[in-house]
Design a protein around this ligand. Structure first.
Ligand SMILES: [Zn+2]
Ligand SMILES: [Zn+2]
Length: 444
């Protein structure tokens, strides 16, 4: 906390010292562009219809993580039409676009592209045409909004003080596409990254976020508990893995309830229990699996450590042996999503000017997770929720429901916020450079 305040003071000090007379002109002109004008541009019927068309096209053809080939192609076709250069393929299907000078500083905007393996149950004209696949998390809208922002930014390219990097990312839903994008080495030297998720729980025209942790870190585990099978009526000749697994599960529940600080929210759920197939047979083994969540990496690692200890130790009490797999390849763990404090102040100011500060709400942390967290581990990042609820029309379902719907009226807000955040942040960096030359990256 003290560190945070000291940096703010330092910035104000430098700003007062030299920035005002040098940059007042550029500041006023670019600031005006990045606030109300971007929202008006995004609400323009032509741009709005274009975004809606893109979103519906993607919605009709949902693709799962690392299979977003048609979605990726659609994005590249639109970027080509807009004259925006890009790198492809990145992380299998990812597309990284560039708008601006092509030189530092770089600020990234991210949209995820993947759908979910579930059947859409909404009957409408643009229902998913692929059985068993659906955009039930709104990533189709995220792509449309980032393309909308790209269009606005391209039209103002000569006013951009650096480079906006568009990150169309694969496989957010459990595939850790963000990590793969980072591993590809295409996001070197980013000064900041912004991302959003549309949310049916907030009214349209509002945003919600907070500084610090907003989503939990999330991991999975699977354990096999091995005993010795035999006749159910002669248990003395068997080693019963069903009973051992039952005790393991009960013991696992003690980790959060007895070992974790009650003020440090954590979850450990066993959602899978498979073993046995007959009423009168003790099986050889039982497989259990579950998920665990925490808001700090320390708590997360402690949970992981104790899960393994409790499973193997408790199984041993029942004469079984157990192996624990954290599925690092298949389901890599997501770190907690933690918003940078300085970016929070910046976001409140930019979003406040764009939509009104009374529409910028505080977000309570959620136990869900977001692979945007991977970016935040490497450079400062900020993630927020974009409201889309219109109570006068209908109540919207939560993400991952087969009845999930997107209120497309939210698209202009997302596009304008993306465009405003990127241009304003580059402007802010531009203003800082002569003052703290070569140091502004460290400052953040
Ligand atoms: Zn989702
Ligand atoms: Zn999502």
């Amino acid at each position: 906390m003290a560190f945070f305040f000291s940096r703010v003071n330092l910035f104000i000090f430098f700003h007062l010292l030299v920035a005002t007379p040098i940059f007042s002109e550029s500041s006023s002109s670019s600031h005006a562009i990045s606030t109300t004008k971007f929202l008006d541009l995004a609400k323009d019927p032509q741009l709005f219809d274009w975004m809606v068309g893109i979103r519906r096209k993607i919605h009709e053809n949902p693709e799962l993580g690392y299979e977003e080939f048609q979605t990726s192609e659609l994005i590249r076709v639109e970027l080509d039409k807009l004259g925006i250069s890009y790198k492809y393929p990145v992380a299998v299907t990812g597309v990284i676009g560039f708008i601006g000078t092509g030189l530092p500083p770089f600020v990234a905007l991210r949209a995820d592209m993947d759908a979910l393996p579930m059947q859409e149950l909404v009957e409408w004209e643009h229902k998913s045409k692929v059985p068993g696949k659906m955009h039930a998390c709104g990533h189709d809208a995220h792509v449309a909004m980032l393309l909308g922002a790209a269009k606005i930014l391209k039209e103002h390219e000569n006013e951009i003080r650096g480079t906006v990097v568009l990150v169309f990312q694969p496989a957010e839903e459990g595939g850790a596409g963000a990590k793969k994008i980072l591993d590809a080495g295409v996001l070197e030297n980013m000064s900041a990254i912004f991302g959003l998720h549309i949310a049916p729980t907030f009214p349209i025209g509002e945003v919600a976020a907070r500084a610090g942790p907003i989503f939990a870190g999330s991991g999975f585990f699977e354990a096999t508990i091995n005993g010795r099978g035999g006749h159910a009526a002669i248990p003395q000749h068997s080693i019963d893995p069903i009973l051992a697994a039952s005790n393991v599960i009960v013991s696992l529940q003690h980790i959060v309830s007895r070992e974790a600080n009650p003020l440090d929210s954590q979850v450990l759920t066993v959602g899978k229990f498979q073993g046995g197939g007959a009423f009168n047979v003790i099986p050889d083994s039982v497989t259990i699996g579950g998920t665990f969540r925490a808001f700090s990496k320390e708590s997360f690692m402690q949970l992981r450590h104790r899960i393994e200890q409790v499973i193997t130790g408790q199984a041993a009490v029942q004469r079984c042996n157990a192996t624990v797999d954290f599925l690092d390849e298949e389901k890599p763990f997501f770190p907690p999503t933690v918003n940078n404090g300085d970016l929070h102040e910046f976001f409140q100011s930019v979003a406040g000017s764009l939509i009104g500060s009374n529409k910028v709400k505080d977000l309570q942390p959620l136990m869900g997770s977001e692979d945007f967290a991977f970016y935040q581990e490497v450079f400062p990042g900020y993630f927020f929720l974009l409201g889309m609820e219109d109570a006068s029309v209908e109540r919207l379902e939560l993400p991952h429901s087969p009845y999930y719907k997107v209120n497309e009226d939210a698209l202009p807000y997302g596009a304008a916020l993306h465009a405003s955040l990127a241009t304003s942040y580059l402007l802010k960096l531009h203003q800082q450079v002569p003052v703290v030359e070569g140091k502004h990256h460290d400052e953040l």
